[in-house]
Design a binder for this molecule. Structure first.
Ligand code: IMP
Ligand code: MG
Length: 178
């Protein structure tokens, strides 16, 4: 592995495939224990989480459902500005054990705006699984219940994460070279 170039930037190897796979297995093991007989509903957030969600879900051995949503932000009528809305959320969450599957929690803005909308539907429980978390970037604190890696505040690429549309197909995670 060595430096790769995407658009105008260079990225170096950061988290390898085996390391990622091992961590996802550990998360799945914990979930298989925690959610036995709860028939959890995984909600994966597109686009970034598709690869993590797929690899994680393959390791879930208990009864479970998965659904994929896209979050779109538009200018709200309030002065607060952006409003986040979920596209494709067609399952009733009432009484369900819900696990949000995210690629990365950065500032926490996305989830802090979106979670209250889900809580409004009164799920039996609501937990967050994120492959990556940048604690130094926190603006809106989010408790990540199932975390893969806590990472420094540097731009990452690969394994679902993109830089201006490219790089999602890279099977491991690269870090911006500054
Ligand atoms: P937040 O709302 O600031 O937590 O942003 C989370 C979203 O920003 C993630 O779901 C990603 O789509 C994107 N993001 C944050 N950090 C990175 C990164 O290092 N590389 C690629 N995308 C990122
Ligand atoms: Mg995302």
């Amino acid at each position: 592995m060595s430096i790769i170039r995407v658009h105008d930037k260079e990225f170096g190897p950061y988290l390898g495939e085996e390391l990622i796979d091992g961590k996802i297995q550990a998360i799945a093991d914990a979930m298989n224990r925690d959610y036995a007989d709860k028939k959890p509903l995984f909600i994966a957030i597109l686009n970034g989480a598709f690869m993590f969600a797929s690899d994680l879900f393959k390791k879930i051995t208990i009864e479970a459902e998965i659904s994929f949503i896209k979050l779109a932000s538009y200018k709200g009528t309030k002065s607060s500005g952006q409003v986040i809305t979920a596209i494709g959320l067609d399952t009733d969450l009432h009484g369900r054990h819900v696990v949000i599957v995210e690629d990365i929690v950065d500032t926490g803005k996305t989830l802090s705006e979106f979670l209250p909308q889900l809580e409004h539907q009164q799920p039996a429980s609501l937990k967050i699984a994120a492959l990556l978390h940048k604690p130094e970037a926190t603006v809106y604190p989010i408790a990540v219940d199932y975390l893969g890696f806590s990472v420094p505040n540097k731009f990452l690429l690969g394994y679902g994460l993109d830089y201006d549309g490219l790089g999602r197909n890279i099977p491991s995670i690269y870090q911006l070279v500054e």
